[in-house]
Each structure stands twice: as C-alpha cells, then as structure tokens.
Design a protein around this ligand. Structure first.
Ligand code: ACO
Length: 423
C-alpha cells in the first residue's frame, strides 16, 4: 500500500488523504481542504521549499553527496572546476567536455576595468571585502545586459561561466584594495586556485608560482564548500531567482545571506573564540561557561547534521597538509582540546553537537595568510557554482514566484488620527 497521511478538519469533519512522495506531502492538498489556514513555519524548519537533485544531505548519518557522488570521493579525486561542472550539468564531464569548460572559465576571469577602477576603488579604505564583493557581483549585472535572457539555456551558461570565472578575480581585488596593494590581473596560464593565489599574493615577481600543495588544499576546500542544498544563501538565490531576476543580482542576494554571521561568518567567529580562550589550560573553564549559557561553542552544531559533519573530517586532514607547509597554526592545539573536551561531555553529545565545517576551515585560511575578513569571501567563491546549479534547476522546474503567506497579528482596522490629536 502506498504511504499516505489523512488530514481531518475537525470543524467540518471533512478529510483528505495525501500521499507521501519522496518523504514529503504536497501542501497544495492542505490548501484545497482548508483554504485560508496556513502552515506557520517562519524559519522553514518543517518545509521542503523545493524538490532538488543537486545535493543529498543526510544529517543523521553524516552523508553529503553532490549529484550522487560522496563528498569524500570528490575531495580526494576531483577538482573544484570538475565539481562545478557536475553541479551545473548534473554529470561529471568527459575529457571532451571538461577541456572547453576549463578553457572558457580561464578566459572569462578578467573583469571590466570600470568594475575595478571606478566601482571597487570608490569604496572606503577600510570597507569589509565581503560587503565589496556582494556589491560588485550585483554591479556585474549592469555590464551584461543580455543576462536578463534567463530562459535561453545557452545565454544562461554564458553568465554561469562568467560568474564562476570572475568570483576569484573580484575576491582578490577586494582583498588587495583592503590592504592597499595594487590589483593583479589574472594569469590565464595558471590553474583556477593557483591563479587566485597569484592575484592575492603577487608582489613584484614577474610570475607568482603558488605552492602546488597549498593550491590543491584550497581546491579541496572549494570542493567542500561548493554546495550544501537548501541553506540560507541558496534559498535566497531561489527566492530572488523566482522573480526572474538575472543571475548576477540573484547571486548577490545569495552572497548577502552568506555575509550574515549565523551563516558564512562562523569560521571568523571560531578564530575570535580560540583567540579569546588563549591557552589549552583555559579550555575546561570555557566549556563550562558555554554550558552555563554564556555564549556558544562556535563551529559546533548544525541545523541539519546531527552527527560529525563529513566535511569537518576531510578539513582536519587538509589542515595537517597545510600546516606541514605553513607551520602549525598556534590556535590548533586549543581547537583540538576543545573538540576532545566537548565530544566527551554529555551536554554536547546529548544535543548531538559536533564540529561543523567551520571549526577547522578558519585555522587553515589563517595559516595560509588570509585575514579573517576574507573567510566569508573564500566561502562565496565556490558556493557560486552551487547557487547557480539551484538557480538553473528552479528555472527548469518553472517554479512560481516565491510568495509565502503570513499570520497577521497586528491591529484591527482603525481610523487615522491627525498629528495634533495624538497623545
Ligand atoms: N554551543 C553550545 N550549545 C549549542 C550550540 C553551540 N554551538 N549549538 C546549539 N547548542 C544548543 C542550544 O543551546 C540548544 O540547547 P537547549 O536545547 O538546551 O536549548 C540546543 O543545542 C539546540 O540548539 P538550536 O539553537 O535549537 O539549534 P539550531 O539548529 O537552531 O542551530 C546552529 C544550529 C545555528 C548552527 C547552532 O548550532 C550554532 O549557533 N552553532 C554555532 C555557530 C556555527 O558554528 N554556525 C555554523 C553553521 S555551519 C554553516 O553555516 C556553514
């Protein structure tokens, strides 16, 4: 027998049976039975806002797969650009598909001179690079007027290539501006992350050759951050995209969501927390203060993962590889001790609080020389591929404009009172 639920309206005695399909029930059936009575779900904690075939996340069992491929295998064998292709197109590329994809992305890394000279350089000297990035992504929309042709798959792909390609250039430009260094043009002879590192760190040398192990570590971090199904930023992308806004402003909306400290800013919070703890000896006292409700253990816990975040496991390995080159981040010992103490404490285990991806990523970024303000920017670069995959999927699903209802709890109708008559 097919699985189903029965809903009865106790006011009328009317019932309907709704089938359970792919783990969900169609809310339209509810609307038919009880028009004008809405589900109350402000943070969409109980709502599947869409169906999707991009990413599978099983939080209970610590499973993350892009298009069916386990994150562990992709992190070990793949590259960010290959993963970006997989997310956008749904399949891993063949050699014949991969080469032009890499070529197209490599040859779309330049940004219009006005974006840099007039737009980015107009920011205040201490502007946060993430604020600059969000604005710059939106500004690109004005440089590509054809971006509005969102129903043309070929045109969509052109904008997707541009966005994936230009994100590192914009990110590096924001960083260079914030530290008062001149802009470095992309070097098309370099790979995706090597080119990014060149645009970030090049000083006077004719060519910047990044340490290949560091370039690979960054590539792995990009793979791990490329998508994470219906998180806050991706939901913003889908909502804005549902209004048929172009991909640049939709991506800017998603990046704006990521800018929030509850979302993409957690790894920055981890570094600040580790610094404030100061030493291993202070860890037990800090854990007690968290348990007493005085703040949270940053980088721990997740809305969906109720076991170890699989990305955190891979990141821990990557951290060792990076520290072998850069030297150990002195905050690592405090982080390891925190993890050890928390994972053997009933407060954390009973609430299923485990390290998430952000617990170790900040330590790696810091060891690689990134200032904390750049952490969210580093998240936004690879997440662009995921956002765009969801954007395309929603368009292909012909999704209606997102327009939820509300439960009105304000005043009943009342008459306007003139300013001189108000007490
Ligand atoms: N430290 C201490 N206690 C915690 C933590 C934490 N990091 N996270 C959750 N809890 C406790 C809560 O106090 C609550 O306890 P209670 O039941 O006694 O009241 C219980 O665990 C459940 O917490 P909720 O806030 O209901 O869980 P929610 O799913 O809403 O929160 C979140 C998830 C926001 C990620 C939370 O775990 C948190 O604030 N973590 C720290 C910040 C962080 O690392 N964010 C990164 C998320 S990953 C990402 O966006 C890439």
């Amino acid at each position: 027998m097919a699985e189903s639920i029965t809903i009865t309206d106790n006011r009328t005695g009317e019932s309907i049976e709704v089938p359970i399909v792919d783990g969900g029930v169609d809310a339209a059936a509810w609307r038919k039975l009880m028009p004008g009575t809405w589900f109350y779900d402000p943070a969409l904690m109980t709502t599947a806002a869409t169906s999707s075939s991009v990413t599978e996340l099983d939080g209970e069992n610590g499973v993350l797969r892009y298009r069916g491929y386990p994150i562990e295998q992709l992190a070990e064998h793949s590259s960010y650009l290959e993963v970006a292709y997989l997310l956008i197109h749904g399949e891993l590329p063949t050699q014949e598909q991969y080469e032009p994809w890499v070529h197209d992305i490599t040859y779309h890394t330049f940004i219009h001179e006005n974006v840099r000279k007039r737009f980015l350089e107009g920011f205040h000297h201490d502007a946060h690079p993430m604020g600059m990035l969000v604005s710059a992504i939106a500004a690109l929309s004005t440089f590509y007027p054809d971006a509005g042709e969102i129903h043309d798959p070929e045109n969509r792909l052109k904008q997707i290539v541009r966005l994936i390609a230009k994100m590192p250039t914009l990110a590096a430009a924001c960083h260079r501006f914030s530290v008062g260094m001149p802009f470095v043009y992309p070097d098309n002879s370099l790979g995706f992350t090597s080119n990014f590192l060149s645009m970030l760190w090049k000083v006077a040398e004719p060519r910047y050759d990044a340490n290949p192990a560091l370039a690979r570590a960054l590539d792995v971090l990009f793979i791990l951050h490329a998508d994470h199904e219906q998180n806050c930023g991706t939901t913003a992308m889908r909502v804005v995209g549902s209004a048929h806004a172009d991909p640049y402003v939709s991506t800017a909306a998603a990046a704006a969501a990521l800018y929030g400290p509850r979302h993409g800013g957690a790894n920055e919070a981890v570094i600040r927390m580790l610094k404030s703890i100061g030493s291993i000896e202070e860890v037990p006292a800090f854990i007690e203060s968290v348990k007493a409700g005085k703040g949270r253990l940053q980088g721990f816990g997740h809305r969906v993962y109720k076991s170890y975040d699989p990305r955190a496991k891979i990141i821990k390995q990557t951290a060792d590889e990076v520290f072998a080159i850069t030297g150990k981040n002195p905050l690592l010992d405090i982080a390891l001790k925190l993890e050890e103490v928390a994972l053997s404490d009933e407060y954390f285990t009973s609430r299923k609080l485990y390290p998430n991806v952000d617990f170790y990523s900040g330590l790696i970024y810091q060891a690689m020389g990134f200032p904390v303000e750049m952490f969210t920017v580093l998240f936004a670069i690879p997440r662009t591929a995921g956002w765009l995959a969801h954007w395309v999927e929603a368009l292909e699903q012909d999704q209606k404009i997102v327009r939820p209802r509300q439960l009105y709890v304000g005043h009943d109708a009342r008459d306007y009172v003139g300013l001189d008559q108000r007490s």
